[in-house]
Design a binder for this molecule. Structure first.
Ligand code: SF4
Ligand code: SF4
Length: 124
């Protein structure tokens, strides 16, 4: 069992998940992402200790245990594996900070915004 970040993460810059991961196993693509490497964060399936800390921190509901993935998001488990298969193309994700080093937090998305994001990807 591992945890998976799904396409519901695409374009989020909140990174609340990154702050709580105790083993720094959440990665981001290093370069402009090609279509097969979408602009989202990725959980390293071997490094993840399945503690579950990241799941409730994600305001978009983008993180699932692999065995709980909805059918429409099943393919995203293989996308996460890319950070293990191509380590030179990824770096450990870090929180976004301002000039003083303070973590920049976004306000949490509204319920309708979360629903609209899920609808965008066909997820109920
Ligand atoms: S908090 Fe959720 S949506 Fe934001 S970067 Fe982390 S996994 Fe992606
Ligand atoms: S389940 Fe735990 S170890 Fe795995 S990515 Fe989330 S916070 Fe990190």
């Amino acid at each position: 069992m591992t945890y998976v970040i799904t396409r519901l993460c695409i374009d989020c810059v909140d990174r609340g998940c990154v702050e709580v991961c105790p083993v720094e196993c959440i990665y981001e693509p290093l370069h402009a992402a090609p279509p097969e490497r979408p602009a989202m964060l990725y959980i390293h399936p071997t490094q993840c200790i399945s503690c579950g800390a990241c799941e409730p921190e994600c305001p978009w509901g983008a993180i699932y245990e692999d065995r709980e993935l909805p059918d429409l998001l099943q393919a995203d488990a293989a996308i996460n594996v890319l950070c293990e298969e191509h380590p030179s193309a990824f770096a450990v994700a870090v929180p976004v900070r301002d000039a003083t080093g303070q973590i920049i937090r976004k306000s949490r998305p509204s319920v309708p915004a979360v629903a609209a994001n899920r609808s965008r990807w066909g997820v109920k």
